[in-house]
Ligand binder design. Structure first.
Ligand SMILES: Nc1ncnc2c1ncn2[C@@H]1O[C@H](COP(=O)(O)OP(=O)(O)OP(=O)(O)O)[C@@H](O)[C@H]1O
Ligand SMILES: [Mg+2]
Length: 446
């Protein structure tokens, strides 16, 4: 708006002044034409009087001052009667005496004056010049008045737009403020915070995404809390047993050696259990690291399974379990041997562990176009349907009491699942209580 004001004023001044200058030249020419025939005879008293009348009448009409100048620059007629017989020498008169029309604007003591000079031509000869000056202050006063009005209008427009901007900024910033408040609350650890979803614009979308994020955060936080409490609980249980046993031993000074041995062996079992939990936990933490890189190598899955079965055979033999492997082909894929061995040990180990004496565990290796399939089928105790969704959770065991007897940590399946997922594979379990369980692992060939 300021720039507009500046340019408007500039062009207004230019056009108005140019118009006034043109008018003055035109009027000057009219006067000049009237007086031209008489200039050569101006020495004559009556002629001079006649010419003076013409000049004064016209000047009055146009509120201009008019000077008739001879070829030598001497003033012949002055409509103000003050310069009689004096010579004037302005740029405009000089130009006029050499046959050119000219006009200009000047400032004298704060007043604007427009000059215009026209040559007086009598029978093709320049015989003098008509010099006119007129005050131009009104032009500038009018433009100033116009600019004042423009200024008032612009100021009003600016005020209105400020008002509207503040109003809309408030409407736009309110939801952002709400969001910011929620973020602040979340940083204090209150992960169940939700923001109100306003509208379907960008802010609405952002709020939706934000709520999804807080839900995720909340779940992660809950998992973390549960994990910490599980770990503490799992570590405390063997500790408590050891404490009871050692307190009992200390309470009486004279136990015979047999009792000592028995109690010490209990403590030893608990220490083994603690070690197993800690080892499994450390292993799980290692495979859960985001940046974990798998150590891939081309491996025959058949041999890998054979190795796992060989490792588990002594336990199976003890329980008289028929542990067998069937495979249609030799299948070779890229995998991390050490981790996949651990995974299969956990799965097939479970099958052996949770199958009663004289049962059967069969491992089948198969393939389709893109995947290999490893099925572990047992005739064991099975898993109740209500427990199935949780068996991959850390520390989850179907039967806590029995788990203590069998020494399970509840981490085996969590580790196995993590390893399969690192290989971009899937793992699923179906089971029927008292009949048996089937675990299926799929791994991509590429
Ligand atoms: N083949 C199976 N048959 C019946 N129940 C099973 C079978 N595999 C797993 N489960 C149940 O799932 C639970 C979780 O298994 P997971 O391997 O994670 O822990 P665990 O075997 O108890 O402990 P760990 O593997 O550390 O010795 C087990 O406690 C068991 O109740
Ligand atoms: Mg297990």
């Amino acid at each position: 708006m300021l720039l507009t004001t500046f340019f408007v004023k500039d062009s207004l001044v230019k056009t108005n002044v140019a118009e006034a200058q043109n008018n003055l030249i035109t009027f000057n020419s009219v006067v000049t034409n009237q007086v031209a025939p008489f200039i050569t005879n101006i020495e004559n008293e009556y002629t001079l009087k006649y010419v003076e009348d013409i000049v004064k009448q016209n000047s009055l009409e146009y509120s201009a001052r008019t000077l008739l100048v001879g070829l030598d620059g001497r003033v012949l007629v002055d409509s103000f009667d003050t310069l009689g017989d004096k010579t004037i020498d302005t740029l405009e008169t000089r130009l006029a005496l050499s046959g050119n029309r000219s006009t200009n604007i000047y400032v004298h003591d704060g007043d604007y004056l427009i000059y215009a000079a026209v040559p007086i031509i009598d029978r093709d000869n320049v015989v003098g010049a008509t010099f006119m000056s007129v005050e131009a202050n009104t032009i500038f006063e009018e433009i100033d008045r116009f600019m004042e009005k423009l200024f008032i209008i612009f100021s009003a427009a600016i005020l209105i737009s400020i008002f509207i901007s503040v109003f809309f900024a408030d409407i736009i910033s309110k939801p952002v403020e709400k969001l910011t408040d929620s973020v602040k609350i979340i940083t204090q650890g209150k992960y169940d915070t939700k923001v109100e979803i306003l509208g379907s614009d960008e802010i609405g979308e952002l709020s939706k995404a934000f709520n999804i994020m807080t839900t995720k955060l909340y779940q992660v936080e809950e998992r973390r809390k549960k994990f910490v409490s599980n770990v503490s609980h799992e570590l405390r249980t063997p500790m408590t047993s050891m404490k009871i046993v050692s307190d009992t031993l200390l309470s009486s000074p004279s136990w015979d050696e047999k009792v000592y041995r028995e109690f010490m062996s209990d403590i030893n079992t608990e220490i083994d259990r603690l070690n197993k939990i800690i080892d499994s936990l450390l292993y799980l933490v290692r495979v859960e690291k985001d940046e974990l890189e798998l150590d891939y190598s081309m491996t025959y899955v058949n041999y890998l399974l054979e190795w796992v079965i060989k490792t588990l055979t002594p336990i199976a033999l003890k329980k008289n379990i028929d542990l067998s492997l069937t495979s249609s082909n030799k299948i070779q894929i890229q995998l991390d041997q050490e981790k996949m061995q651990q995974c299969l040990l956990n799965i097939i180990g479970n099958a052996v562990k949770y199958t009663p004496d004289d049962g059967r565990v069969s491992v089948e290796l198969d393939e389709n176009k893109d995947h290999i399939l490893i099925k572990v089928i047992d005739t064991g105790i099975g898993i109740p349907e209500k427990d199935l969704p949780f068996i991959f959770d850390r520390f989850y065991r179907v039967d806590e009491a029995r788990a203590r007897k069998t020494g399970g940590t509840g981490l085996g399946l969590a580790i196995a699942q993590q390893i399969v997922q690192l290989h971009q594979g899937t793992i699923s379990v179906t089971s029927e209580l008292g009949v048996g369980t089937q675990v299926v692992i799929t791994l991509p060939k590429k």
